[in-house]
Ligand binder design. Structure first.
Ligand code: ADP
Ligand code: UDP
Length: 238
């Protein structure tokens, strides 16, 4: 399958059409951004890791009965996916307080929740992805009630599978962001990526950060952290 025309270049990936109108090729870059594009940089090798990690994790989701856009890994950085119309909601699941949650509610990072939380933000760079609830999403016609219910169900199911898998790797899944899309027939599937760019992953013993927070917070060892988390995944995903 060949790339035809670039239809989108985002912060972390490029998207291309193919000769099949239902399929796209995503190409993962090493570019890193944070704080809605304010901080920019490069994480050498990130595109390869995020591509391969996303695909392995998407395959696990399919196995667990969660439909995804994943079709086939084409190369180190390129993957064939089903074309979707992205539901403009970023879904964030949290198991432990961190990041914007800790800041917004004035609590420390690292509080383990009895139950995971879910929140939505409106995927809109110009507005800075504002937080909204399901009623707001309905009012703005971003999704239907049925779609929101399904997205919630799938998101918690993703959390169960991911959390258990990362635990086997000695990694604590703190929080993550998901995106969903509609296939041409309206079916809701998990899309975009699941990677250290979109998840907070802490070493279970040392609580060392093995994710994009190393870049966001200038902690150093960014490339090493991405390599380490990929190594753990490969070792446990035989
Ligand atoms: P951003 O748009 O946030 O800068 P990326 O650089 O990751 O993000 O760009 C990839 C874009 O492709 C995102 O906007 C994402 O929503 C979109 N996307 C992901 N999967 C699919 C898919 N299967 N079909 C269509 N668009 C997709
Ligand atoms: N996240 C993401 N893209 C975004 C915002 C958040 O992938 O545009 C991920 C982030 O990596 C973390 C989780 O979602 O794993 C929760 O992020 P949070 O709301 O704490 O925001 P941040 O600290 O990134 O501002």
């Amino acid at each position: 399958m060949q790339k035809l025309e670039q239809i989108y270049e985002g912060k972390a990936k490029k998207v291309f059409t193919t000769d099949d109108p239902e399929l796209l090729i995503v190409d993962y870059k090493d570019d890193a951004t944070a704080f809605n594009g304010l901080k920019k940089g490069t994480i050498v090798g990130k595109g390869i890791i995020n591509n391969q990690m996303t695909n392995r994790l998407m395959a696990k989701m399919e196995k667990a009965g969660i439909p995804t856009h994943f079709v086939k890994e084409l190369s180190e950085r390129e993957t064939l996916v089903k074309k979707v119309s992205i539901v403009p909601l970023e879904v964030i699941i949290r198991n432990i307080s961190a990041g914007s949650f800790a800041k917004r509610y004035g609590v420390e990072e690292g509080i383990i929740f009895d139950n995971p939380t879910i929140e939505f933000s409106y995927k809109n760079d110009e507005l800075g992805d504002p937080l909204l609830n399901a009623y707001h999403a309905l009012a703005l016609k971003l999704a239907t009630q049925e779609e929101i219910d399904l997205i919630k169900k799938y998101s918690f199911a993703v959390n169960d599978v991911l959390k258990a898998f990362w635990l086997e790797c000695g990694v604590t899944l703190v929080d993550f962001k998901l995106e969903f899309g509609r296939l041409s027939d309206g079916t809701i599937v998990l899309a975009d990526e699941i990677s250290p760019d979109t998840c907070r992953l802490w070493d279970s013993k040392t609580h060392e950060k093995l994710d994009k927070d190393r870049f966001r917070r200038d902690l150093g060892g960014v490339e090493d952290a991405y390599a380490e988390i990929m190594k753990r995944l490969v070792e446990h995903d035989l």
